[in-house]
Design a protein around this ligand. Structure first.
Ligand SMILES: Cc1cc2nc3c(=O)[nH]c(=O)nc-3n(C[C@H](O)[C@H](O)[C@H](O)COP(=O)(O)O)c2cc1C
Length: 158
């Protein structure tokens, strides 16, 4: 195992992109060979990777269609897989966001992720004004999750 790691994301409002960067930086700092890819540019072939971290946002109750394209690759079932979501629901209730938006996709594609997580997304400015909330992002949560991923990979390596 070379432990090549792919971090790929699709983001409309920028939250998933920011989290993907934090995750990629943390994994790199832990000595892993990381490639980060924006799915807006292309859908990468995942066969070359041992570990795959995939992130998306959600709008109108749906994770992004472009992101779901990666999930269709059969080779994903042989990878160590980690999924993350950025969502408004996760600002209040991260577990609910996972169950509502990620779990149905995991079941649909028969995936076996080692970990699923949701991070608080960005609140569009006009909504933020209404409820007075400004900064919702929690990069430290993504950093902690990536540390956990790194130690899982390193445990298996030893
Ligand atoms: C038009 C619109 C619709 C949204 N719909 C939902 C939703 O149904 N559920 C939810 O939890 N968050 C919703 N959100 C919040 C987004 O999930 C949040 O902005 C997140 O940052 C999106 O990820 P991204 O920034 O990586 O695109 C919505 C945001 C917008 C702008």
């Amino acid at each position: 195992m070379t432990n090549k790691t792919l971090v790929a994301y699709f983001s409309k409002g920028g939250a998933s992109e920011e989290y993907a960067k934090v995750i990629a930086e943390t994994l790199t700092a832990n000595g892993l060979a990381v490639e980060i890819r924006n799915l807006a540019n292309d859908i990468p072939d995942i066969t070359a990777f041992d570990t795959v971290v995939l992130g998306t946002g959600v709008r109108m109750g749906m994770v992004y269609r472009r992101w779901r394209k990666v999930l269709k690759q059969k080779a994903l079932r042989d990878k160590r897989l980690f999924l993350f979501l950025s969502s408004g629901t996760a600002i209040e209730d991260p577990n609910r966001a996972v169950e509502k938006f990620l779990r149905p996709v995991v079941d649909k594609y028969g995936l076996k992720p080692a970990s699923l997580i949701s991070f608080p997304g960005k609140t569009p400015e006009k909504w933020a004004k209404l409820d007075g909330q400004k900064e919702t992002m929690k990069p430290e949560t993504a950093n902690a999750w990536a540390q956990m991923i790194a130690s899982q990979i390193q445990d298996k390596r030893a």
